[in-house]
Design a protein around this ligand. Structure first.
Ligand code: PLP
Length: 395
C-alpha cells in the first residue's frame, strides 16, 4: 500500500514537498494512527492548524451540521456564521477593527498589503507604498507574500516581483530604513518558520509608538501566533500593542482552510476593492466559531494556561537533560523551540522521533519546533516527552 501510494504520488503530485510516506488514517486529539495501527503523539498539530486537536467532536459536529444545511452561497449575500465569527474575533482581540475573510495565511497577508497600499495611495501628501519586513520572516508563498518574506533564497526563479519591499536586519534597524515612500512595517511577533524567534517586547512597543507618530501602519502577521497559540487570543495582546492590521489563519479553522485580515482602518477598502469566492463561507466560519468556543472556554477556565505550564515543564526538563544537544530554549505558550547544536543532529532527531512515534517539526536551520494542539492532554504530553526522550537517548 505504502509503495503504491508513493508511486502514485510520484506520478501525479508536483514534487514541492520533501515528504515522509507514513500513511496516517485516523486521529483523536494529539494521537494519530497510521495504516499499520502504529500510534504517534502529535507535537505539530499540522503546523499549528489543528488547534483543538484532531477529530474534535464539537468542531466535527459543527462542520457536519453546517454541511448538511448550507455550505456556500457567496459573498454577494450576508453570511450569518461569517458575521458572528468576525464579531467574536474582534471582541476577543479587544481592538476596534473589522475583518475580511480569505482562505489562507498568504491570502490574509495579501489583503493586509492591499489595505496598506491603498492607505498609502489615498492618505497623506505623498503616495506611499513601501513595506518594511524583517530578515528571516515568513509571510507566505504567493508572489507578493513571498516578496514580503525576508529570505532572499526563496525569491530565486520567481521574479520579477512587485516593487516596494525592503528588509530590515532586525527590529533596531527598521527606523533608519523608513523613507517618504514607507507606508507600513510588517512583523511576526514570534518568527515561526524563521526559527521560533520572539521579538523583544519593549522594542516592539517602542516600534509601535514610533510608527504611530509617523502615520506608518503596523501590520502584525499572526498567522502562526494567533488564536491562543502564544497564551492570549493574539500575540499582540501578549505584547500589549495595538497594530493597525492583523492577519490570522492556521489555528482559527481547526483544520478547515480560513484566513482573516482585520484592521482598524475600516474605511480604506470599498466595495469592489477586494474579494474572495470561498473566503468566509458558511462551512469555514462555522468551524472557526466552534474552535473559538472551545478555546475561549479553555482560556477562561484556566485549562489552557495549565496545559502550557505542563508542556513547558516537560520541555525544560528535556532541554536540561540533553544540554550537549540543545543550545537554547526559545518561544512561549505552545509555540516553542529547542535550538540544536547542528542541522544534521536536528534531522537525526526528527527521523528518530518519528520512528519512535512522536511527531516534531523543524524551523529555520537548527530549531526543533513544537506546535502541539492547544487541547493536548496530560497523558499525551507525558507519553510524547517519554518517546522523545527515548529517541534522543538512542542518538
Ligand atoms: N505567515 C506566517 C507567519 C506563517 O507561519 C505562514 C505559514 O507557515 C504563512 C504566513 C502562510 O500561510 P499559508 O501557508 O496558510 O498561506
Amino acid at each position: 500500500m505504502q509503495n503504491s501510494l508513493q508511486d502514485l504520488e510520484n506520478r501525479y503530485i508536483i514534487p514541492t514537498y520533501g515528504r515522509n510516506y507514513t500513511n496516517f488514517v485516523s486521529a483523536k486529539n494529539a494521537t494519530i494512527k497510521d495504516d499499520k495501527e502504529k500510534d504517534y503523539i502529535d507535537f505539530t498539530s499540522g503546523i499549528g492548524v489543528v488547534s483543538v486537536g484532531h477529530a474534535n467532536d464539537i468542531v466535527s459536529k459543527a462542520i457536519c451540521d453546517q454541511a448538511s444545511s448550507i455550505m456556500h452561497i457567496s459573498n454577494l449575500y450576508v453570511i450569518e456564521p461569517q458575521v458572528k465569527c468576525a464579531e467574536r474575533i474582534v471582541k476577543q482581540s479587544g481592538f476596534d477593527m473589522q475583518c475580511f475573510f480569505g482562505n489562507s495565511g498568504a491570502e490574509a497577508n495579501e489583503g493586509a498589503i492591499k489595505i496598506a497600499r491603498k492607505y498609502g495611495e489615498v492618505e497623506g501628501e505623498s503616495k506611499r507604498y513601501k513595506i518594511i519586513t524583517l530578515d528571516k520572516s515568513f509571510h507566505g508563498r504567493t508572489i507578493t507574500a513571498l516578496k514580503a518574506t525576508g529570505q532572499e533564497a526563496m525569491h530565486n526563479y520567481f521574479g520579477p516581483f512587485p516593487d516596494g519591499f525592503a528588509y530590515a536586519e532586525d527590529i533596531d534597524s527598521v527606523e533608519k530604513m523608513i523613507d517618504d515612500h514607507t507606508v507600513a512595517v510588517m512583523i511576526e511577533l514570534v518568527q515561526g518558520e524563521g526559527g521560533v524567534q520572539p521579538l523583544d517586547k519593549q522594542k516592539v512597543q517602542a516600534l509601535a509608538k514610533m510608527l504611530k507618530a509617523k502615520d506608518i501602519l503596523l501590520i502584525v502577521d499572526e498567522v502562526q501566533t494567533g488564536v491562543y497559540r502564544t497564551g492570549e487570543f493574539l500575540a499582540s495582546n501578549v505584547y500589549e500593542i495595538e497594530p493597525d492590521i492583523i492577519t490570522l489563519a492556521k489555528g482559527l479553522g481547526g483544520g478547515v482552510p480560513i484566513g482573516v485580515v482585520m484592521t482598524s482602518k475600516k474605511d480604506v477598502l470599498k466595495a469592489g476593492d477586494h474579494g474572495s469566492t470561498f473566503g468566509g463561507n458558511y462551512l469555514s466560519t462555522a468551524a472557526a466559531n466552534a474552535v473559538m468556543d472551545i478555546l475561549s472556554e479553555a482560556k477562561d477556565s484556566g485549562e489552557l494556561d495549565r496545559t502550557f505550564i505542563k508542556f513547558e515543564t516537560r520541555l525544560e526538563d528535556l532541554y536540561k537533560k540533553y544540554d550537549k544537544i540543545f543550545t537554547s530554549s526559545v518561544g512561549f505558550g505552545l509555540m516553542r523551540g529547542l535550538r540544536v547544536r547542528d542541522a544534521q543532529t536536528l534531522s537525526d532527531i526528527i527521523s528518530k522521533a518519528h520512528e519512535n512515534g512522536i511527531l516534531v517539526l523543524k524551523a529555520g536551520r537548527n530549531t526543533l519546533r513544537f506546535l502541539p494542539p492547544l487541547t493536548i492532554s496530560d497523558t499525551e504530553i507525558s507519553e510524547g516527552f517519554k518517546r522523545l526522550d527515548e529517541a534522543l537517548s538512542s542518538l
